[in-house]
Design a protein around this ligand. Sequence first.
Ligand code: ADP
Ligand code: MG
Length: 451
Amino acid sequence: MTKEELWQATLAQLQFQISPANFATWLKNTYIFSQKEGQVLVSVPNNFSKEWLEQKYNKLIFKILRSLQGDLKEVSYAVERQGVKQKEAALRTPTLPQEPQLEFQELRVDKSTNLNSRYGFSNFVVGPFNELAHAASTAVAKSPGSVYNPLFIYGGTGLGKTHLLQAVGNQVAKDLNQKKIRYMSSERFTSGVVTSIRNRTIDTFRSSWRELDILILDDVQFLTGKDKTQEELFHTFNTLYERGKQIIFSSDRPPKAIAALEERLRSRFEGGMLADISSPDFETRMAIVKSKAQERNVEVPDEIASYIASNIQRNIRELEGAITRLIAFFQLNSRAPTLQEAKGLLKNVIQAPSKFVTPKRIIQAVSEFYDLKEKEMIAASRKQEVVRPRQVAMYLLRGELRSSYPFIGKRFGGKDHTTAIYACSKIEKELQASESLVEEINLIRQRIYSV
Ligand code: ADP
Ligand code: MG
């Protein structure tokens, strides 16, 4: 086997074991540079690929290579110095003009399923923070209605819930094209219920839902307090579930943290698989930047990708915003920006957290999360449903902004600093014992940083 054939065979196997997005990101432009006496040296295009392959995939690559070449002892990776030609090519690639994005995306939404074909598994980057949700989603896409039913995915804004939900729908639509699939936001579902009650068409409305094979309902936290809609959903759920149809939900928080949700609906939500998506780690943020840029035929220099990945941490939608700006630069100038230029381009997107996180923002995020009015939370009420959120808000002011206890006390209706100290230590203690509180506070943090 020549070294080219050996690497081709290795890549062919790797492809089945790594998500397509990761594969494209980390293994593109790699090849075996040399191979002798059991030593294989793989050439990689940059340091990030090198690190990633060494740290994450070395074992796997070694195993595959070993199965192909029995005398293998060691695999190593090296960055090849970019030849002049390669550099030139990289600078020339990205000038294709793009269609205006909005128009493009609207075109891709299917009228009957509401699915947007831009969301697939192949362009979804997987990392530790979304692994479980991704695994559950692919399992459901493979055999809808049988493995995890319902599937309930939750996590903060802009972290990929809608993408995953739609990817399941798109995958099933492709594999089994006679299936009836419908994706809908909970807000639209709600207005559907309201309108059909008003127009006395609720029967038609009902049956249109109950004949589905797959129902995907996004952002069910918006069902809070909508009793009629909840009731309608409850019955639709039961009908579908009894018929072995797949139901998928998403929410920005776990079912138990959705206020004003009918108990019977909550228990339905919790009856299947719950999977969370948290904030992406640095490596995955890098992978996302790279793969998004590649999708649009742009090669982002490593130092810029790394600058973006280090500075935008909590929200993938923002990462995309940054990439879009870079791409606009590429298109105008037919070259990559320098790091300095990139910093200029991104200065509205990237801000140091402490600059834009303010006490007001924290209080707002907490009160939104618990569905309270800010005033209620600040006022002197001792009702339990207010006391706990207030303590959480105090805890976050302390933790995220290092606010002093007297300041925190004052901010909450002129309370004494001992109240603030008590609140913080109480929450800290509870955090030791309650995983659900840890989760709750993480979700609030994501909100604070993600808007
Ligand atoms: P949410 O519904 O959780 O608010 P979205 O699914 O709308 O978030 O994701 C926001 C944007 O980030 C979308 O454009 C989506 O394609 C992208 N995105 C989210 N997660 C990933 C991922 N793991 N890999 C690639 N793109 C992602
Ligand atoms: Mg969404």
